[in-house]
Ligand binder design. Sequence first.
Ligand code: AQP
Length: 328
Amino acid sequence: MKRIFSGVQPSGNLTIGNYLGAIKQFVQLQHEAEALYCVVDLHALTVPQDPDELRKRSREIARIYLACGVDPQKATIFLQSHVKEHAELGWLLQCATYMGELSRMTQFKDKSSGKSAVHVGLFTYPVLMAADILLYDTTHVPVGEDQKQHIELTRDIAERFNHRYGEVFVIPEAEIQAFGARIMALDDPSKKMSKSAESEASRIAILEPVDVFRKKIMRAVTDTDNEIRFDPERKPGISNLLTIYSLFADEPVESLVERYAGQGYGTLKKDLVEVMSEKLGAIQRRYEQWNDEAELDRILARGAEKARSLAEQTLNRVKDAMGLVRFS
Ligand code: AQP
Protein backbone atom coordinates (compact mmCIF):
# COMPACT_ATOMS: atom_id res chain seq x y z
CA MET A 1 0.00 0.00 0.00
CA LYS A 2 1.30 3.44 -0.91
CA ARG A 3 1.34 5.89 1.98
CA ILE A 4 2.46 9.49 1.64
CA PHE A 5 3.83 11.72 4.37
CA SER A 6 5.24 15.21 4.00
CA GLY A 7 5.44 18.48 5.89
CA VAL A 8 6.26 22.16 5.72
CA GLN A 9 7.90 24.24 8.46
CA PRO A 10 6.12 27.37 9.71
CA SER A 11 9.43 29.25 9.53
CA GLY A 12 8.29 32.10 7.27
CA ASN A 13 5.72 32.98 4.64
CA LEU A 14 5.39 30.05 2.26
CA THR A 15 6.93 30.73 -1.12
CA ILE A 16 6.09 29.68 -4.64
CA GLY A 17 9.13 27.35 -4.23
CA ASN A 18 7.31 25.51 -1.41
CA TYR A 19 4.18 25.41 -3.57
CA LEU A 20 5.72 24.27 -6.86
CA GLY A 21 8.27 21.92 -5.26
CA ALA A 22 6.00 20.29 -2.67
CA ILE A 23 2.40 21.39 -2.02
CA LYS A 24 1.29 21.12 -5.66
CA GLN A 25 2.32 17.45 -5.48
CA PHE A 26 0.45 16.98 -2.19
CA VAL A 27 -2.78 17.81 -4.00
CA GLN A 28 -2.18 15.32 -6.82
CA LEU A 29 -0.96 12.53 -4.55
CA GLN A 30 -3.92 12.61 -2.15
CA HIS A 31 -5.93 10.96 -4.97
CA GLU A 32 -3.39 8.15 -5.42
CA ALA A 33 -2.64 7.06 -1.87
CA GLU A 34 -3.36 7.51 1.79
CA ALA A 35 -1.77 10.86 2.58
CA LEU A 36 -0.70 12.64 5.77
CA TYR A 37 0.34 16.29 5.54
CA CYS A 38 1.91 17.80 8.60
CA VAL A 39 2.78 21.34 9.69
CA VAL A 40 6.18 20.61 11.19
CA ASP A 41 6.13 23.24 13.92
CA LEU A 42 8.78 21.49 16.06
CA HIS A 43 11.23 21.87 13.17
CA ALA A 44 10.62 25.61 13.04
CA LEU A 45 11.96 25.86 16.62
CA THR A 46 15.46 24.94 15.41
CA VAL A 47 15.97 28.65 14.66
CA PRO A 48 14.64 31.51 16.83
CA GLN A 49 10.90 32.19 16.41
CA ASP A 50 8.55 34.77 17.84
CA PRO A 51 5.94 32.69 19.80
CA ASP A 52 2.89 34.63 18.56
CA GLU A 53 4.15 34.56 14.98
CA LEU A 54 4.82 30.83 15.18
CA ARG A 55 1.28 30.14 16.45
CA LYS A 56 -0.19 32.30 13.70
CA ARG A 57 1.95 30.78 10.95
CA SER A 58 1.24 27.20 12.01
CA ARG A 59 -2.49 27.68 11.42
CA GLU A 60 -1.74 29.73 8.32
CA ILE A 61 0.13 26.81 6.74
CA ALA A 62 -2.75 24.43 7.40
CA ARG A 63 -5.03 27.01 5.78
CA ILE A 64 -2.69 27.26 2.79
CA TYR A 65 -2.79 23.46 2.38
CA LEU A 66 -6.58 23.69 2.21
CA ALA A 67 -6.52 26.70 -0.11
CA CYS A 68 -4.12 24.91 -2.48
CA GLY A 69 -6.56 22.00 -2.72
CA VAL A 70 -5.63 19.49 -0.03
CA ASP A 71 -8.96 17.91 0.89
CA PRO A 72 -9.37 17.14 4.61
CA GLN A 73 -11.81 14.33 3.72
CA LYS A 74 -9.06 12.62 1.73
CA ALA A 75 -5.82 13.59 3.46
CA THR A 76 -4.92 13.85 7.14
CA ILE A 77 -3.77 17.37 8.06
CA PHE A 78 -2.23 17.98 11.48
CA LEU A 79 0.37 19.81 13.56
CA GLN A 80 3.51 17.88 14.45
CA SER A 81 3.52 19.07 18.08
CA HIS A 82 0.02 17.60 18.58
CA VAL A 83 1.36 14.08 18.16
CA LYS A 84 3.97 13.60 20.89
CA GLU A 85 5.19 10.36 19.32
CA HIS A 86 7.24 12.48 16.86
CA ALA A 87 9.45 13.85 19.65
CA GLU A 88 9.64 10.48 21.37
CA LEU A 89 10.71 8.55 18.30
CA GLY A 90 13.05 11.44 17.48
CA TRP A 91 14.92 10.74 20.73
CA LEU A 92 15.03 6.99 20.19
CA LEU A 93 16.43 7.49 16.70
CA GLN A 94 19.03 9.96 17.97
CA CYS A 95 20.38 6.96 19.86
CA ALA A 96 20.65 5.11 16.55
CA THR A 97 22.29 7.89 14.47
CA TYR A 98 25.95 8.89 14.26
CA MET A 99 27.38 12.40 14.71
CA GLY A 100 29.31 11.91 11.46
CA GLU A 101 26.10 11.34 9.51
CA LEU A 102 24.55 14.57 10.77
CA SER A 103 27.78 16.53 10.23
CA ARG A 104 27.51 15.79 6.52
CA MET A 105 24.06 17.39 6.13
CA THR A 106 24.43 20.33 3.75
CA GLN A 107 21.37 22.14 5.10
CA PHE A 108 22.96 22.22 8.57
CA LYS A 109 26.18 23.56 7.09
CA ASP A 110 24.28 26.29 5.18
CA LYS A 111 22.06 27.32 8.08
CA SER A 112 24.81 27.31 10.71
CA SER A 113 27.51 28.90 8.59
CA GLY A 114 28.72 32.25 9.96
CA LYS A 115 26.59 31.95 13.13
CA SER A 116 28.34 32.03 16.50
CA ALA A 117 25.48 30.36 18.42
CA VAL A 118 23.69 27.39 16.87
CA HIS A 119 21.09 25.31 18.71
CA VAL A 120 21.62 21.56 19.07
CA GLY A 121 18.15 21.08 17.52
CA LEU A 122 19.38 22.49 14.21
CA PHE A 123 22.02 19.76 14.15
CA THR A 124 19.70 16.92 15.13
CA TYR A 125 16.66 18.10 13.13
CA PRO A 126 17.17 15.53 10.32
CA VAL A 127 16.64 12.78 12.92
CA LEU A 128 13.31 14.29 13.95
CA MET A 129 12.44 14.41 10.26
CA ALA A 130 13.31 10.71 9.98
CA ALA A 131 10.97 10.06 12.93
CA ASP A 132 8.17 12.06 11.24
CA ILE A 133 8.42 9.86 8.17
CA LEU A 134 9.03 6.48 9.77
CA LEU A 135 6.20 6.81 12.32
CA TYR A 136 3.60 6.38 9.58
CA ASP A 137 5.08 3.45 7.63
CA THR A 138 5.49 5.98 4.86
CA THR A 139 6.34 4.58 1.44
CA HIS A 140 6.73 7.90 -0.46
CA VAL A 141 7.77 11.39 0.63
CA PRO A 142 6.99 14.20 -1.83
CA VAL A 143 9.65 16.90 -1.32
CA GLY A 144 11.76 19.41 -3.21
CA GLU A 145 15.33 18.62 -4.21
CA ASP A 146 16.81 20.28 -1.09
CA GLN A 147 15.34 17.55 1.13
CA LYS A 148 16.82 14.63 -0.83
CA GLN A 149 19.80 14.24 1.49
CA HIS A 150 17.52 14.09 4.55
CA ILE A 151 15.41 11.34 2.97
CA GLU A 152 18.57 9.38 2.19
CA LEU A 153 19.59 9.72 5.85
CA THR A 154 16.11 8.52 6.90
CA ARG A 155 16.56 5.44 4.72
CA ASP A 156 20.04 4.77 6.16
CA ILE A 157 18.78 5.06 9.75
CA ALA A 158 15.78 2.79 9.04
CA GLU A 159 17.81 0.16 7.19
CA ARG A 160 20.42 0.04 9.94
CA PHE A 161 17.72 -0.17 12.61
CA ASN A 162 15.98 -3.03 10.80
CA HIS A 163 19.30 -4.82 10.40
CA ARG A 164 19.98 -4.53 14.13
CA TYR A 165 16.47 -5.12 15.54
CA GLY A 166 14.40 -6.86 12.83
CA GLU A 167 11.82 -5.51 10.37
CA VAL A 168 10.43 -2.56 12.32
CA PHE A 169 10.39 0.24 9.74
CA VAL A 170 9.07 0.55 6.20
CA ILE A 171 11.85 2.02 4.03
CA PRO A 172 10.54 5.22 2.39
CA GLU A 173 11.38 6.71 -0.98
CA ALA A 174 11.69 10.38 -1.89
CA GLU A 175 9.19 11.49 -4.52
CA ILE A 176 10.99 14.36 -6.23
CA GLN A 177 9.60 15.85 -9.43
CA ALA A 178 11.84 15.48 -12.45
CA PHE A 179 11.28 19.15 -13.23
CA GLY A 180 10.81 22.15 -10.90
CA ALA A 181 12.08 20.51 -7.74
CA ARG A 182 14.42 23.44 -7.13
CA ILE A 183 13.02 26.92 -7.70
CA MET A 184 15.82 29.47 -7.51
CA ALA A 185 15.99 32.91 -5.85
CA LEU A 186 14.82 35.71 -8.14
CA ASP A 187 17.66 38.06 -7.20
CA ASP A 188 20.36 35.38 -7.33
CA PRO A 189 19.53 32.30 -9.41
CA SER A 190 22.53 30.44 -8.05
CA LYS A 191 20.68 30.09 -4.70
CA LYS A 192 17.49 28.23 -3.79
CA MET A 193 14.38 30.32 -3.15
CA SER A 194 13.79 30.10 0.60
CA LYS A 195 11.04 31.39 2.89
CA SER A 196 13.50 32.45 5.58
CA ALA A 197 16.12 34.06 3.31
CA GLU A 198 16.98 37.63 4.29
CA SER A 199 16.30 39.21 0.91
CA GLU A 200 12.59 39.89 0.25
CA ALA A 201 13.43 40.30 -3.45
CA SER A 202 14.59 36.68 -3.59
CA ARG A 203 11.15 35.15 -3.13
CA ILE A 204 7.43 35.44 -3.79
CA ALA A 205 5.02 34.37 -1.07
CA ILE A 206 1.95 32.33 -2.01
CA LEU A 207 -0.24 34.96 -0.33
CA GLU A 208 1.56 37.96 -1.85
CA PRO A 209 -0.53 40.53 -3.79
CA VAL A 210 0.19 40.86 -7.49
CA ASP A 211 1.33 44.49 -7.09
CA VAL A 212 4.13 43.32 -4.84
CA PHE A 213 5.28 40.29 -6.83
CA ARG A 214 5.04 42.07 -10.22
CA LYS A 215 8.03 44.23 -9.27
CA LYS A 216 10.03 41.19 -8.17
CA ILE A 217 9.41 39.35 -11.43
CA MET A 218 10.15 42.41 -13.56
CA ARG A 219 13.43 42.93 -11.64
CA ALA A 220 14.36 39.23 -11.51
CA VAL A 221 18.02 38.75 -12.39
CA THR A 222 18.58 37.53 -15.96
CA ASP A 223 21.56 37.76 -18.30
CA THR A 224 22.06 40.56 -20.84
CA ASP A 225 21.78 38.70 -24.17
CA ASN A 226 17.94 38.77 -24.12
CA GLU A 227 17.71 35.34 -25.79
CA ILE A 228 14.96 33.08 -24.43
CA ARG A 229 16.52 29.64 -24.10
CA PHE A 230 16.26 26.95 -21.41
CA ASP A 231 19.80 26.38 -20.17
CA PRO A 232 20.01 26.26 -16.35
CA GLU A 233 23.84 26.08 -16.45
CA ARG A 234 24.56 29.06 -18.65
CA LYS A 235 21.30 31.00 -18.34
CA PRO A 236 20.06 30.26 -14.80
CA GLY A 237 17.89 33.38 -14.41
CA ILE A 238 15.70 33.04 -17.48
CA SER A 239 15.64 29.23 -17.08
CA ASN A 240 14.26 29.68 -13.56
CA LEU A 241 11.53 32.01 -14.86
CA LEU A 242 10.69 29.51 -17.63
CA THR A 243 10.42 26.75 -15.01
CA ILE A 244 8.08 28.83 -12.85
CA TYR A 245 6.01 29.80 -15.90
CA SER A 246 5.80 26.20 -17.12
CA LEU A 247 4.62 24.89 -13.72
CA PHE A 248 2.03 27.60 -13.16
CA ALA A 249 0.68 27.40 -16.72
CA ASP A 250 0.97 23.61 -17.00
CA GLU A 251 2.69 24.17 -20.34
CA PRO A 252 5.96 22.46 -21.34
CA VAL A 253 9.08 24.65 -21.35
CA GLU A 254 9.78 23.77 -25.02
CA SER A 255 6.45 25.21 -26.05
CA LEU A 256 7.15 28.42 -24.09
CA VAL A 257 10.61 28.74 -25.65
CA GLU A 258 9.08 28.39 -29.10
CA ARG A 259 6.30 30.87 -28.37
CA TYR A 260 8.63 33.55 -27.00
CA ALA A 261 11.44 33.08 -29.56
CA GLY A 262 12.75 36.45 -30.71
CA GLN A 263 10.81 38.36 -28.05
CA GLY A 264 12.62 40.05 -25.16
CA TYR A 265 12.67 39.01 -21.52
CA GLY A 266 10.24 41.87 -20.70
CA THR A 267 7.34 40.29 -22.64
CA LEU A 268 7.85 36.90 -21.01
CA LYS A 269 8.07 38.47 -17.55
CA LYS A 270 4.86 40.47 -18.09
CA ASP A 271 2.97 37.37 -19.24
CA LEU A 272 4.37 35.36 -16.33
CA VAL A 273 2.95 37.95 -13.92
CA GLU A 274 -0.49 37.48 -15.55
CA VAL A 275 -0.37 33.68 -15.28
CA MET A 276 0.78 33.81 -11.67
CA SER A 277 -1.78 36.43 -10.78
CA GLU A 278 -4.54 34.12 -12.02
CA LYS A 279 -3.24 30.99 -10.25
CA LEU A 280 -2.16 32.62 -6.98
CA GLY A 281 -5.30 34.79 -7.02
CA ALA A 282 -7.46 31.64 -6.98
CA ILE A 283 -5.46 30.19 -4.06
CA GLN A 284 -5.67 33.51 -2.20
CA ARG A 285 -9.46 33.66 -2.64
CA ARG A 286 -9.85 30.14 -1.28
CA TYR A 287 -7.52 31.07 1.58
CA GLU A 288 -9.88 33.92 2.49
CA GLN A 289 -12.82 31.52 2.45
CA TRP A 290 -11.13 29.22 4.99
CA ASN A 291 -11.45 31.92 7.65
CA ASP A 292 -13.33 29.95 10.32
CA GLU A 293 -10.62 29.26 12.91
CA ALA A 294 -12.85 26.93 14.94
CA GLU A 295 -13.46 24.79 11.84
CA LEU A 296 -9.75 24.80 11.02
CA ASP A 297 -8.93 23.69 14.57
CA ARG A 298 -11.50 20.89 14.30
CA ILE A 299 -9.80 19.64 11.12
CA LEU A 300 -6.40 19.77 12.87
CA ALA A 301 -7.70 17.99 15.98
CA ARG A 302 -9.28 15.22 13.88
CA GLY A 303 -6.07 14.93 11.87
CA ALA A 304 -3.95 14.65 15.02
CA GLU A 305 -6.21 11.95 16.42
CA LYS A 306 -5.92 9.89 13.24
CA ALA A 307 -2.16 10.43 13.04
CA ARG A 308 -1.70 9.52 16.70
CA SER A 309 -3.47 6.19 16.28
CA LEU A 310 -1.02 5.23 13.52
CA ALA A 311 2.04 6.67 15.25
CA GLU A 312 1.37 4.85 18.52
CA GLN A 313 1.55 1.46 16.82
CA THR A 314 4.94 2.17 15.24
CA LEU A 315 6.35 3.63 18.44
CA ASN A 316 5.31 0.53 20.38
CA ARG A 317 7.09 -1.66 17.84
CA VAL A 318 10.24 0.43 18.22
CA LYS A 319 10.11 0.34 22.04
CA ASP A 320 9.64 -3.40 22.05
CA ALA A 321 12.51 -3.86 19.62
CA MET A 322 14.88 -1.63 21.62
CA GLY A 323 14.06 -3.28 24.94
CA LEU A 324 11.96 -0.66 26.73
CA VAL A 325 9.41 -2.00 29.21
CA ARG A 326 5.76 -1.56 28.22
CA PHE A 327 2.77 -2.57 30.36
CA SER A 328 0.10 -4.21 28.30
N1 AQP B 1 13.06 26.64 -3.73
C1 AQP B 1 12.39 25.48 -3.65
N2 AQP B 1 12.06 24.79 -4.77
C2 AQP B 1 11.38 23.62 -4.68
N3 AQP B 1 10.97 23.08 -3.50
C3 AQP B 1 11.26 23.75 -2.37
N4 AQP B 1 11.00 23.49 -1.07
C4 AQP B 1 11.52 24.48 -0.31
N5 AQP B 1 12.11 25.40 -1.10
C5 AQP B 1 11.97 24.97 -2.38
C6 AQP B 1 10.27 22.34 -0.58
O1 AQP B 1 9.20 22.83 0.23
C7 AQP B 1 8.94 21.85 1.24
C8 AQP B 1 8.81 22.50 2.57
O2 AQP B 1 10.05 23.02 2.96
P1 AQP B 1 10.39 23.15 4.51
O3 AQP B 1 9.44 24.09 5.12
O4 AQP B 1 10.44 21.81 5.13
O5 AQP B 1 11.80 23.76 4.60
P2 AQP B 1 12.92 23.97 3.54
O6 AQP B 1 13.10 22.81 2.65
O7 AQP B 1 14.16 24.42 4.29
O8 AQP B 1 12.29 25.18 2.73
P3 AQP B 1 12.60 26.72 2.84
O9 AQP B 1 11.52 27.45 2.13
O10 AQP B 1 14.00 26.98 2.39
O11 AQP B 1 12.44 26.99 4.40
P4 AQP B 1 13.49 27.61 5.41
O12 AQP B 1 13.86 28.94 4.83
O13 AQP B 1 12.75 27.72 6.70
O14 AQP B 1 14.65 26.68 5.48
C9 AQP B 1 10.05 20.83 1.17
O15 AQP B 1 9.58 19.68 0.49
C10 AQP B 1 11.11 21.50 0.36
O16 AQP B 1 11.92 20.59 -0.37
